[in-house]
Design a protein. Structure first.
Length: 258
């Protein structure tokens, strides 16, 4: 079975790597858009057109399940993609892990891009799931872009700035951008001990596996990973190889190491 993942950059890698671990026989199509990344600052209509068009291309390539492991794509275009693809193609979106964090934590920091931090969507999630908690929203300027570039110095500087903006007494941090789990070790190294990290990659991967099982395709797949860059077939960007998730997708034999 072919599963397509759509994001402007490397934010899909944590979810894709978990899928690779859970179902190594799946054929994964990673559809990135480096020519137009990041999507967050783009107008909503532009994002809808881009994501819907990419999803339709994925179905033309044989995708039977489509995943949007990207907050911008999910917030802006999820309903449009579902309408465009119809009932026969499951579409899995992403929601920041505010609900599970609020279930166990009193003081929460949500790290996200500037666009997501300022969005009404994140505000609604906080009101819905964490209104009884103390929540601090932290805009992590430049972190996602630095991750896409594999810019070690930029990543360190962006994390340090986010740590400085985070109250020292928080119990947990929600990684509200799908890029951020790629540098979770670097984040943890700059934080006080005892802080719990939450991200959405595992939940999205698990939901994708459930939808794969519901589709019940007779073809098990070969475990092939293909990459499309702004509509042209290519390979994983060199920066992806900096991260263990990128290495995992390049080397299926290492799936057990995740």
């Amino acid at each position: 079975m072919i599963v397509a993942l759509i994001d402007s950059g490397l934010g899909m890698l944590p979810t894709a790597a978990r899928l690779r671990q859970a179902r190594p026989e799946l054929d994964l199509v990673l559809m990135m858009d480096p020519d137009n990344a990041p999507w967050g600052p783009k107008p909503d209509g532009w994002v809808v057109d881009r994501v819907v068009g990419t999803a339709q291309h994925a179905v033309e390539l044989g995708a039977e399940v489509v995943v949007l492991p990207c907050n911008t794509a999910s917030v802006t275009a999820l309903s449009h993609v579902r309408a465009a693809l119809g009932d026969t193609i499951p579409v899995v979106g992403t929601v920041p892990a505010i609900k599970p964090a609020a279930a166990v934590s009193d003081r929460i920091a949500i790290w996200a891009t500037a666009a997501t931090t300022a969005s009404a969507y994140q505000g609604r999630l906080i009101e819905q799931f964490a209104s009884h908690r103390t929540v601090t929203s932290v805009a992590c300027h430049g972190l996602a872009d630095s991750i896409d570039r594999g810019d070690v110095r930029g990543i360190g500087a962006a994390i340090a700035a986010a740590v400085a903006a985070t109250p020292t007494n928080v119990d947990s941090i929600v990684l509200g951008c799908t890029h951020y789990p790629l540098v979770s070790a670097e984040i943890v190294s700059q934080l006080p001990s005892g802080i719990t990290m939450f991200d959405s990659a595992e939940a999205v991967a698990n939901q994708t596996v459930r939808r794969v099982d519901e589709v019940g395709s007779s073809g098990s797949g070969t475990g092939r990973v293909s990459v499309w860059l702004s509509g042209i077939e290519g390979g994983l960007p060199a920066s992806a190889q900096r991260y263990r998730e990128g290495q995992l997708l390049l080397d299926g034999a290492g799936a057990h190491r995740l």
